[in-house]
Design a protein around this ligand. Structure first.
Ligand SMILES: NC(=O)c1ccc[n+]([C@@H]2O[C@H](COP(=O)([O-])OP(=O)(O)OC[C@H]3O[C@@H](n4cnc5c(N)ncnc54)[C@H](O)[C@@H]3O)[C@@H](O)[C@H]2O)c1
Length: 314
């Protein structure tokens, strides 16, 4: 297939790009190399000589450029976003522009270019403080951060573009993705970085908040399967491990793996916009995608820490 990956220089987008190219597909990589964090080119550089790979430095807010980049594409994997809850609390407009307006642009450009399917990146954050755990796709969505609101609005546009214009799409609700190339603002990476430097982990709140951590290769596997699964008509799908651990447990496991159990955590005030618990029900994804998560938290942490020690910090 000819695929466009928006946000191809990021954590999930670059891992997906590797996989698409490894499986023989053509990839048009779209990214504006946003300055939220640096060093992203390092993951794409290896593909620059590949004739099935094309890199376009484009902002998805530039609709004309986006339209041109979608010409001839079969599937658009839409990863570009201002990710992160906390920055959205500081700068709600940026999250809105990149995530809501940006997704609307992607849908318009895809519709007009005759793209078969758009795979949209949504987030578990749309549930807010979920009414039940594990959360199911049909449960109420009550965002408690601008990031979550922007992602939920984007989901609605995907659904509408199916009902109004017949554009195939699915909105994947990822639950805290972790692993090699993880964004520098994410907790597991920050805890690991501090532990390797001999600094105490800093935990927001009492650490008893829980997360459904999902390993990057499992997420990319699910995304790949969405290219050819039955049309979901813009509906959301939880992509999650289906299990949950507390932040305290994760910190303990990291300290043990790096051999720094002597470092006692420091607790800071809880952060506005952060939900207390995430835990997803992945039954629908298992059935529709014939997919299952394979990497548990212990193995996933070990693989991340090994990458971070040898590559990530280099
Ligand atoms: N990582 C997670 O745990 C997680 C969880 C839920 C949802 N998501 C979603 O998954 C997607 C990928 O997340 P990630 O962790 O890889 O983030 P990331 O920040 O590593 O990647 C996003 C990429 O999008 C690019 N980008 C940002 N604004 C852009 C714009 N206006 N035009 C073009 N490119 C732009 C950035 O430069 C970056 O390379 C995002 O949509 C994010 O909201 C991620």
């Amino acid at each position: 297939m000819k695929a466009v990956v928006t946000g191809a220089a990021g954590f999930i987008g670059s891992t997906l790009t590797d996989r698409l190219l490894a499986e023989g597909h053509e990839v048009v990589a779209v990214d504006n190399f946003d300055d939220y964090y640096s060093g992203k080119m390092r993951f794409l550089r290896r593909h620059l000589e590949n004739e099935r790979f094309r890199l376009l430095e484009i902002d998805i807010l530039d609709l004309d450029a986006l339209r041109r980049s979608f010409e001839g594409a079969d599937v658009v994997f839409h990863m570009a976003a201002q990710a992160g809850v906390r920055i959205s609390v500081r700068d709600p407009l940026k999250a809105h522009h990149a995530n809501t307006t940006g997704t609307l642009h992607v849908l318009l450009a895809a519709r007009d270019a005759g793209v078969r399917r758009v795979i949209n990146s949504s987030s578990s954050s749309v549930y807010g403080n979920a009414v039940r755990l594990p959360a199911r796709e049909e449960d109420p969505t009550v965002p408690i951060s601008p990031y979550a609101a922007s992602k939920l609005a984007a989901e609605h546009y995907c659904r509408l573009f199916h009902s109004l214009y017949g554009l195939e799409s699915v909105s994947l609700r990822y639950f805290t993705v972790y692993g090699p190339r993880q964004r520098p603002d994410m907790a597991i990476r920050i805890f690991t970085d501090r532990a390797l430097d001999g600094k105490r982990p800093q935990i927001y709140g009492d650490g008893e908040q829980t997360r459904d951590f999902t390993f990057i290769t499992d997420v990319v596997d699910a995304i790949m399967r969405c290219a050819d699964c039955p049309d979901l008509k813009g509906a959301p799908l939880n992509i999650c491990s289906g299990s949950t651990v507390s932040v305290n447990q994760v910190v303990h496991a990291i300290l043990k793996t790096v051999g720094r159990e002597d470092l006692t955590p420091e607790h800071l005030p809880p952060q506005p916009g952060d939900v207390d618990h995430t835990w997803g029900d992945n039954t629908r994804a298992r059935e529709l995608l014939e997919w299952e998560p394979r990497v548990g938290i212990e193995e996933g942490l070990a693989r991340f820490i090994e990458w971070y020690r040898t590559v990530g910090r280099a």
